[in-house]
Design a protein around this ligand. Structure first.
Ligand code: ZN
Length: 289
């Protein structure tokens, strides 16, 4: 007997975008600041965990300790897993950090940097579940400690992503694609794919964007970017980043990034909808839905 397996394509609607925005606003209101390795950071992880559970996905809080320049600290990732109907299916990993940068002068909300894609990932969990099980397993990963405390180094920054990579390796999971999402709520949205990602995956992103009518939104970045996806890429998993690293008061400026200007009024439902549609198109291209 051959089982024909026809999963619906994943779609991301205006209602999904409003849900993403509400979730980002909720995180900012209830959990600011949320620096990694602090009680507030752990509170943010619990808050995201409870929100993600409401999508009906299997979600767990992954608490761990890791070294920092100030000694061992407690961290927590949030992980949702939406399994495929196929046995031995590969994994697609969607990643957003939720922590705020401790190096930034207060007040700092991280509305775009951290909260926007955290909300987007919760709404994507709902959208993916709605489509039903696909050809791949999907993991949604909200990482702690993307930001560094002092300066990026082996024990400073990306502890959450490195933790997840180590777990995927230990479990012998096959990763088809790891996709980092960062700063994708910007009202003035221009998504870039940094050059230091996987070549085939970058091509797939551009093809998917074209098919979704979003070709004008996405371009290859001029500069390499260090972000959570780098931990996956360095581990030999195909990985790519989607980031809008031009976040400011005028074109070419980045004066809202890592400043007290990174507030909810700088992000929009419309941008989250475009970002969500782009990720849905990439998932559909990866799974040939
Ligand atoms: Zn940041």
């Amino acid at each position: 007997m051959i089982e024909l397996f026809l999963a619906a394509a994943i779609s991301f609607s205006p209602a999904d975008a409003r849900f993403a925005h509400e979730t980002a606003a909720g995180l900012v209101t209830n959990c600011t600041p949320r620096d990694a390795g602090t009680p507030e950071g752990l509170k943010a992880a619990r808050w995201i965990h409870s929100r993600a559970l409401q999508t009906g996905a299997a979600v767990h809080l992954d608490s761990f300790r890791a070294m920092t320049p100030d000694g061992q600290r407690a961290f927590a990732n949030v992980v949702a897993e939406i399994p495929s109907a196929n046995t031995n299916a590969a994994w697609i990993v969607l990643i957003s950090h939720f922590d705020t940068a401790p190096t930034v002068k207060r007040p700092f909300q991280g509305a775009n940097d951290g909260a926007s894609t955290t909300g987007l990932l919760v709404a994507l969990a709902a959208a993916i579940r709605r489509a039903g099980a696909g050809t791949d397993n999907v993991a949604l990963l909200w990482t702690d400690a993307e930001e560094c405390r002092v300066q990026y180094g082996p024990n400073d920054g990306f502890q959450g992503a490195r933790r997840a990579v180590a777990q995927f390796r230990a479990q012998g999971r096959r990763v088809k694609a790891a996709i980092g999402l960062d700063m994708l709520g910007d009202r003035d949205l221009h998504v870039t794919v940094p050059p230091n990602g996987d070549g085939a995956l970058k091509d797939l992103v551009f093809r998917a964007a074209k098919r979704a009518g979003l070709a004008a939104l996405v371009s290859e970045g001029r500069y390499g970017v260090m972000d959570d996806f780098t931990a996956f890429h360095e581990a030999g998993f195909p990985a790519v980043d989607l980031i809008d690293f031009e976040y400011g008061s005028a074109p070419g400026k980045n004066d809202y990034w890592h400043t007290s200007e990174d507030t909810m009024d700088k992000i929009s439902v419309e941008s989250l909808e475009k970002s969500g549609r782009l990720v849905a198109a990439i998932l559909n291209a990866l799974g040939r839905r």
